[in-house]
Design a protein around this ligand. Sequence first.
Ligand SMILES: Nc1nc2c(ncn2[C@@H]2O[C@H](COP(=O)(O)OP(=O)(O)OP(=O)(O)O)[C@@H](O)[C@H]2O)c(=O)[nH]1
Ligand SMILES: [Mg+2]
Length: 320
Amino acid sequence: MFEKLKSGLKKIKNFVARDTNEDSGISSTGNASNVLSSKIGLKLSSDIINKVLEDVEIELLSSDVALEAIESFRDDLKKEVENRRVSLGKSREAVIESLFRDTLHNALKKREIDFLEMVKSLPRPVSIMFVGINGSGKTTTIAKVAKFLKDNGFSSVIAAGDTFRAGAIEQISIHGERIGVRVIKHDFGADPAAVAYDAVEHAKAKRRDFVLIDTAGRMHTNVNLMDEMKKIKRVVNPTLIIWVGDSLNGNDIINQVRDFDKVIGVSGTILTKVDVDVKGGAILSVAYAIEKPIYFLGMGQEYNEFLPFRAQWLMNALYS
Ligand SMILES: Nc1nc2c(ncn2[C@@H]2O[C@H](COP(=O)(O)OP(=O)(O)OP(=O)(O)O)[C@@H](O)[C@H]2O)c(=O)[nH]1
Ligand SMILES: [Mg+2]
């Protein structure tokens, strides 16, 4: 996981060593003044930061981090440099590396939210609509969320709202059976808004805590399916609309979230297939460029391969 991004981030110290040496004309073995400045701490020169940043940017781009996300990282980094006091006795490599690390961590923390805490106080039933392009992992994610909620003492009902793709109703029904959650379904080709409506009515009658609404995968260019999605929203007025995205889609993922957000309004995101994401760019792109919480990460095909998004977890994964 994230091998490409990890190896890019590991190079920061080397970049600092190289760029600072080029800057001062000092060989990599150093001389007395270089050693001294390392020992007593150094003023962070913006020239050095900019040089290192240029090298890091190339690494980030090749890991599929969106340019826009990189620009926003650069702005954060500049602010962090201004606020930073350099501690004595640290090498400039260590100082600059920790500057990059802290900047990243602070940005990621903004995307964290305690999902259970957030939904606990919402009026029942809490209805959640899951949207995204074809194959992004919506249906699997719904099963994972239902299991997660069940494990935490909440009841759910699932709406088989993908009446468009052959086999979709059966797929979600099998998940429902496996996790012991009722699935409300109509026939193939039925109006998904009616399915969602019935599921909400069922939840009200049976006092279920959550209604999880599956929807057909769609591209933003598919006008009919986008209209259908708007209709589901109009009919059930869901508490949350969660956009589910496949990390393997790389930096294009931010355009996808924006397209859906424009049409329907997205409350937050879930990224799937993080377990098989070699690059790591999608998750950083979404964290940086989309100012919405990342609720969970899909970490595999099993129901419990699912994590609430935590900045510290991602930092550990990137710097392990
Ligand atoms: N490795 C891995 N595979 C996943 C993950 N989430 C989903 N998948 C797989 O991705 C494929 C597509 O998942 P679905 O849940 O059917 O995706 P969908 O968005 O509902 O697809 P459509 O309904 O066709 O739009 C399946 O083979 C899932 O097992 C994940 O977190 N990790
Ligand atoms: Mg599906």
